[in-house]
Design a protein around this ligand. Structure first.
Ligand code: WAQ
Ligand code: MG
Ligand code: MG
Length: 252
C-alpha cells in the first residue's frame, strides 16, 4: 500500500461540450496512485474516455490532486455473488426482493427504479431516503461522485487469483466503489446498473448481503443507468457526502 506522495485522479468525459454546458456524459473514473504511477493511470483514464460505447468524448476533465495519505482506511472487498437471470424483468424483480429484505421501503424502491430507468445523463449517485424515498442530495445531474478509493495492487492481484472469473477493470472499479459506499455511516444499500448500452449486469450492495451481481438489470442498447444510495433517515447528508467524496479508502 502506498502511503507517500499519494495522488487522487478523477476523470469525466462528455460529448457535445462540457457536462455543465449540457454535454452528454460519456464516462468517468477515479483512481489513487503514487507519483510514479500517475502517467500510467492518466493513460488508462484517457483510454476509457476516448474509447467508449456511449460515444466519443469531445470534452475531458482530468483532476490530479495530492491527498493526505496519513488518514486512510483499509477495507476488505465485499463478498461477491452472482444471480443469473434470463432477462431484465426477472433481474429487477430479484433486486426488488433484495432491497425489501434490507428494509428499503416500497416507495424508495419504486423511486429508485424510476430514476435509474429514465436517467441517461447523470454522472454521480443519487441519494434517496431509504424510508420516505425522498431525494436527499441537491446535486441535479451531477449527483455525488464517490472518489479517493482504489485497490491496493498487490491485494488486487491476490483477490483475482482467488476470483479469476471477476478479472475485469469494470468489476474491480464497481466493487471498490460499492465497498466504500456500503461502509459509509448511513448507507442501507446501493442499487446500480451501468449507463453503457453494452453492459447489462448490475448489482445490489449492502453490508449484510455483500455485492450481489444480477446478470440483467436492463436491456441491451439501453442508455439508462446510474447509482442510487439508500440512506437511513436522519443521516447528516453533508457528513455522508464528505466521506464519499473525500475520505481515503484502500481496498484490499
Ligand atoms: N460515484 C458515484 N456515481 C458514479 C460513479 C462514482 N464514482 N461512477 C459512476 N457513477 C454512476 C454514474 O451515474 C454513472 O452514469 C453510473 O454510475 C454508471 O457508471 O459486473 O459499469 O461506470 O459486477 O457505467 C456494475 C456491474 C457496472 C459490474 C457498473 O457503471 C459487475 C458500471 P458505470
Ligand atoms: Mg465507472
Ligand atoms: Mg458508464
Amino acid at each position: 500500500m502506498s502511503t507517500e506522495r499519494l495522488y487522487s485522479l478523477r476523470m469525466r468525459a462528455a460529448q457535445g461540450g462540457a457536462h455543465e454546458e449540457g454535454g452528454l456524459h460519456i464516462s468517468g473514473g477515479e483512481k489513487l496512485g503514487v507519483e510514479e504511477e500517475i502517467e500510467t493511470l492518466v493513460g488508462r483514464l484517457l483510454d476509457k474516455a476516448l474509447h467508449h460505447s456511449r460515444g466519443t468524448a469531445d470534452f475531458i476533465n482530468l483532476v490530479i490532486e495530492r491527498v493526505d495519505a496519513s488518514n486512510c482506511s483499509v477495507l476488505s472487498p465485499l463478498t461477491v455473488s452472482t444471480y443469473k437471470v434470463s432477462d431484465y424483468r426477472a433481474g429487477r424483480q430479484k433486486a426488488v426482493t433484495q432491497l425489501r429484505e434490507l428494509s428499503v421501503s416500497e416507495t424508495a424502491i419504486m423511486n429508485a427504479f424510476n430514476i435509474l430507468s429514465s436517467a441517461q445523463n447523470i454522472r454521480g449517485a443519487i441519494l434517496l431516503d431509504s424510508q420516505s424515498g425522498e431525494r436527499l442530495d441537491t446535486r441535479g445531474d451531477r449527483g455525488v461522485r464517490v472518489s479517493r478509493m482504489d485497490w491496493d495492487q498487490e491485494q488486487y492481484a491476490s483477490w483475482i487469483r482467488r476470483h479469476p472469473q471477476f478479472d475485469s477493470p469494470r468489476i474491480a472499479e464497481a466493487l471498490a466503489l460499492a465497498t466504500k459506499v456500503v461502509h459509509a455511516q448511513g448507507t442501507v444499500a446501493e442499487l446500480c446498473w451501468s449507463d453503457d448500452p453494452d453492459y447489462v449486469t448490475g448489482y445490489v450492495a449492502s453490508m449484510t448481503k455483500g455485492y450481489c451481481r444480477i446478470t440483467h438489470l436492463k436491456e441491451e442498447g439501453d442508455l439508462s443507468g446510474g447509482r442510487v444510495f439508500f440512506v437511513s433517515p436522519g443521516t447528516s447528508i453533508s457528513g455522508y457526502v464528505e466521506y464519499l467524496e473525500r475520505s481515503l479508502v484502500w481496498i484490499g
